[in-house]
Design a protein around this ligand. Structure first.
Ligand SMILES: [Zn+2]
Length: 64
């Protein structure tokens, strides 16, 4: 299956049967991506969830 990279819009090949949270790397721009939706197949940035967690949560609540 091929999906568009959210960073550079190149087509990224996802091997096998894609599943939610699957990590994929864009060969074009080297972005670390992750499957966020299956139908249609969609990729988004793969964030390292261990970092920044608390700080960002608090910022969002104050801003909105
Ligand atoms: Zn890319």
């Amino acid at each position: 299956m091929k999906v568009e990279c959210p960073a550079c819009h190149a087509k990224v090949h996802v091997g096998g049967k894609p599943r939610m949270g699957q990590k994929v790397k864009c060969r074009s721009c080297d972005a670390e991506l992750e499957v966020v939706w299956l139908e249609p197949l969609e990729l988004d940035w793969a964030y390292d969830e261990d970092e920044f967690e608390d700080e960002y949560d608090e910022d969002y609540e104050d801003a909105y």
